[in-house]
Design a binder for this molecule. Sequence first.
Ligand code: VAH
Length: 317
Amino acid sequence: MKNVLIIGSTGQIGSELTMELRNRYNGNIVAGYIPGAEPKGDLLESGPAEIADITDAQKIADIVSKYNIDTIYNLAALLSAVAESKPQLAWKIGMGGLCNVLEVSREKGCAVFTPSSIGVFGNDTPKDQTPQDTICRPATMYGVTKVSGELLSDYYHARFGVDTRSVRFPGLISNVAPPGGGTTDYAVDIYYEAVKSGHFSCPIPKGTFMDMMYMPDALRAAIDLMEVDPACLKHRNSFNIAAMSFDPEIIFNAIKKRMPEFTMDYNIDPLRQRIAESWPNSLDDTCAREEWGWKPSYDLETMTDDMLTILKQRFNK
Ligand code: VAH
């Protein structure tokens, strides 16, 4: 029986990952949260929940012991744009928190999934079909925490045998919990505005391509990687995974094809523009495909159909 702790269970990934894990496994799937971000509705009623502040190592250890946790999904992080406004807090949560999770896992024998990001790449990285193994000199604190997290997680595997695994998520698009403070979040906001107001002011310039992925594919990637036989893995922290790459014009036109009245203009956010332009245009995810069978199910067309259908139902449009 699998017992899992999700730290950050009420965030954009955690709110859906926790439910997916509860649907798949019949053990203790514990929703870890912090005060002020309590689980609600199905997330609260469908399984155990505990306050799990990643900066409190003893609390994490107590939860692991109480529920006999064998796997930790560590989703606690400040996203890229917010992290630029609070770099010290981003480091404290991203790296101080990861140190706590890795130490508890070393002592208790837990496997650990900590998402990385295309944010590990910087202006010196090849932008098109970015390789799995390449230069990672990010220009953001978010990227610094993610590349440092990859290195520390690989160290804990090599030095102590902790089963650490990770994927480099592109921008994630979802319709459950809204994202908060990311550079790619325009690709979520555009769908909501198309349905709610019919107009979107885009903070990212035309021609700025970034890798993106629909949340159902992201959840499957995380779970599939954690379930695969470790003997298959040549890499661990962290795998490039990819699904689609687009700029604001392409996603706007995909929506407009379905909603002809939809309009968009640009109101550029210089910070998000600087961050977005430092990230790749597209990733090479051959290693994930070869080592653990990664393959996306959604492309821009099928994601747009699904997002608009769900949001129109939600907002009675
Ligand atoms: C962000 N959504 O924009 C996150 C993600 C690749 C981007 O890490 O910060």
